[in-house]
Design a protein around this ligand. Structure first.
Ligand code: SAM
Length: 208
């Protein structure tokens, strides 16, 4: 895994070691069904270019492919090589990028949508990630931070694992301020006990 700080190193070891059997342990049929419902609510269109930031072993790839069609371009990015190794089996056409979300190796305005599922709290520099999401999105594109639990539950869950302790989903106002400071023109936030859904839109009128 690519790493920067001591905490990145611990997190990295955790995810590299967790890669084997990740889907079986974390995505039983009911969780998979809830994931599909969550992703189905996104404004996906046929043929989109979609970046899955913090894709893990590619859980979302078959869902995104079904929803966005054979012509969609799926880009799966993760900092763990062990996790990323699973992506090809999920979608042979997906482009797998071993990289950090804080430094995305894509051209400006390359993607129509960024999906970040169950991963944002683990990124070590949230403002840098928000800026990168903004940079790689085309004008009118959207970034989505998604979870299958509320912010409070996610943060409590992470505190239960030494390697990811302190990997928090920022509070509502902090998310809004961070994404607006990155350049996004509007944000929406929807939170329930079983779901967290944050979206940020890059204005059609933006010029970079
Ligand atoms: C909880 S897992 C979720 C993976 C996948 N989205 C899923 O739901 O199965 C979080 C993922 O974020 C990745 N990750 C952690 N820090 C990262 C960073 N700075 N940039 C990119 N990926 C990172 C980890 O390697 C891990 O695969």
């Amino acid at each position: 895994m690519l790493m920067e700080s001591e905490q990145d190193r611990r997190r990295c070891e955790f995810f590299d070691q967790a890669a084997e059997g990740w889907e079986k342990r974390n995505y039983p049929p009911d969780v998979m069904a809830a994931t599909e419902t969550l992703i189905s609510a996104l404004p996906l269109c046929e043929g989109m270019t979609i970046l899955d930031a913090g894709c893990g072993c590619g859980i979302l790839a078959p869902i995104l492919r079904r929803l966005a069609g054979a012509k969609a371009r799926l880009i799966a990015l993760d900092a763990s090589a062990a996790m990323l190794a699973g992506v090809a089996a999920k979608d042979p056409q997906a482009v797998a990028l071993l990289a950090r979300a804080e430094n995305i190796p894509l051209l400006d305005e390359y993607v129509d949508m960024v999906v970040c599922f169950s991963a944002f709290p683990h990124f070590s520099d949230h403002p840098a990630v928000a800026r990168e999401f903004y940079r790689v999105l085309r004008p009118g594109g959207t970034a989505h931070v998604l979870h299958l639990a509320s912010r409070e539950m996610i943060n409590r869950h992470h505190d239960g694992h030494r390697a990811v302790r302190g990997d928090y989903l920022p509070e509502k106002a902090a998310m809004r301020d961070m994404f607006m400071a990155a350049g996004f023109s509007s944000v929406t936030h929807d939170e329930k006990p079983e779901q967290y859904s944050f979206a940020a839109e890059k204005s059609e009128a933006s010029n970079g």
